[in-house]
Design a protein around this ligand. Structure first.
Ligand code: SF4
Ligand code: SF4
Length: 476
């Protein structure tokens, strides 16, 4: 016979739904503003137009997969310039390290899409079903007309937001107004419908049902962030040395030897992660600051100093417990680690800006044909063959002239034309076969190799680029 203690326990813990209470205060306001900003940027950006001339798309931000290009306002990134994307990703990573080492999980608490959309879904839920207590009552009640009606309204609103979210994403990949018409008329590519369907489903379930579970169980960031946090990082903490021993307090009542915490549970009831910050720092805490707002409100009402819960570093905790003055916020923010991240971030940023302004509108690549490395013509001249790839980023069809400079005299000709020029269509590339010949007995013909420089000049302009290569002679 097995006793209750020896019976195997399930490893699965059933989720207890969380019904965060409405709260107001500085951090809640900051979150509202950031929510409006991030959602606004996400939904509106694909609709911003940017004139690039007749042969290029006029969408300000466009990931043009078909032509393998990325447009960002006046910047155009070609596939061979992928280092710009890599640089931006490195900057994003360093930025995340910087903010995390300075103020903990601020990304999670304020700007992460999971947090922002969950916040939006909770806002809708509150509009439809009421605040925490009303939602709790509705959740525990049996299914009846009111519960069915409210649930239907809430899910419909969530679905609308989810469709808008999935829809906005596909607009980043093709001309938004055209795609909108095609989507409505059923003529869009199946990939667009499938993408919208997948993103609608993930938004609906992640924001409506999975919520804090994504942060706790699915996201790797809470596990990684510990490496970026040290004793000087500002995180959200409960001043237990001030709050304990906690105890209920009636209005106007004064209890000797009691801490400032009146155990009102306001900090727990507003927490979107359903945790009690008074138990100490926890991995589930996304540092959203809502418990600070809730507790400050309570402290104001009972006439106690604010910041029983607040941003503080481990060193502050030690100092405050010892009765010493904690460091100023600026000393926590500007320290060796954050300065190093800022320096690295700025260096990558400056490097990208310099590379952006230094890049040419003409891109050229020269590949010598190596099989054979040279041929001897009937008159004894030596000929080398090259494939010259020209990329025209000028936004209109252009004629480019080819010429060469070298230590020894040589002549150049192009396959298929008597001219020394080639036309490349706007925003396209063309590969032109080029021959370079050294006269019989000349220095280049009799040398093993001669350095040469191929010049490509835009017709009617001083815009020109070069590419260095070598000429193979037959040697002595
Ligand atoms: S809100 Fe403040 S006073 Fe109320 S339980 Fe939380 S820490 Fe204690
Ligand atoms: S404990 Fe406070 S800061 Fe952490 S998630 Fe909950 S409300 Fe946000």
């Amino acid at each position: 016979m097995s006793s209750p203690d020896t019976e195997p326990k399930s490893l699965y813990q059933k989720r207890e739904p969380i019904f965060p209470r409405r709260v107001s205060g500085a951090f809640r306001n900051l979150k509202w503003w950031l929510m409006a900003f991030t959602l606004g940027v996400y939904y509106i950006t694909p609709w911003i137009r940017w004139d690039r001339g007749p042969s290029l798309p006029d969408q300000a931000v466009l990931i043009d997969m078909a032509n393998r290009r990325f447009f960002f306002f006046m910047i155009e990134i070609w596939p061979h310039e992928f280092y710009f994307v890599a640089g931006l990703l490195i900057m994003a990573g360093l930025g995340l390290f910087l903010f995390t080492s300075a103020a903990g999980r601020v990304w999670c608490g304020y700007a992460c899409p999971q947090t922002v959309w969950t916040d939006l879904f909770i806002l809708v839920e509150r509009w439809v079903e009421g605040d925490r207590n009303a939602r709790l009552r509705l959740h525990r009640s049996k299914w009846n007309g009111e519960k069915i009606r409210k649930t239907a309204v809430k899910w419909s609103a969530w679905l609308l937001i989810a469709v808008a979210t999935g829809g906005a994403w596909v607009f980043y990949f093709t001309d938004a107004p055209t795609l909108a018409v095609n989507l409505v008329s059923g003529q869009a590519h199946p990939v667009a419908y499938i993408t919208i369907l997948v993103l609608t489903a993930t938004t609906f379930f992640f924001g409506g049902f999975f919520r804090e579970q994504i942060c706790i169980y699915a996201c790797p960031w809470p596990r990684i962030q510990a490496a970026m946090i040290d004793e000087d990082t500002l995180t959200i903490n409960y001043r237990h040395w001030r709050g304990e021993p906690r105890g209920k307090l009636q209005k106007g009542e004064v209890v000797a030897d009691q801490g400032d915490c009146i155990d009102c549970m306001a900090c727990v009831n507003v927490c979107p992660m359903g945790i009690d910050i008074r138990d100490g720092q926890q991995m589930a805490c996304i540092t959203c600051g809502l418990c600070i707002d809730a507790c400050n409100d309570v402290m104001d009402r009972i006439g106690k100093p604010r910041d029983l819960i607040g941003y503080m570093a481990l060193t502050d905790e030690v100092a405050e417990i010892a009765g010493k003055e904690p460091k100023s916020v600026w000393k926590h923010v500007f320290r060796a680690r954050t300065i190093m991240y800022t320096t690295l971030w700025s260096a990558v940023g400056i490097g990208l800006v310099v590379a952006l302004f230094m890049r040419s509108d003409i891109d050229v690549n020269v590949t010598p044909v190596r099989n054979p490395t040279f041929v001897t013509l009937s008159d004894g001249a030596i000929r080398n063959t090259y494939d010259v790839r020209l990329l025209n980023k000028l936004g209109q069809d252009e004629v480019f002239h080819l010429s060469l400079t070298a230590d020894a005299p040589m002549r150049i000709s192009l396959e298929g034309t008597q001219e020394l020029s080639v036309t490349v269509k706007a925003n396209e590339q063309k590969t032109q076969r080029v021959y370079i010949v050294a006269e019989p007995g000349s220095a280049a013909a009799t040398a093993d190799r001669t350095d040469l420089r191929l010049w490509i000049e835009q017709n009617g302009s001083t815009n020109r680029v070069y590419h260095d290569t070598i000429f193979n002679g037959k040697g002595k």
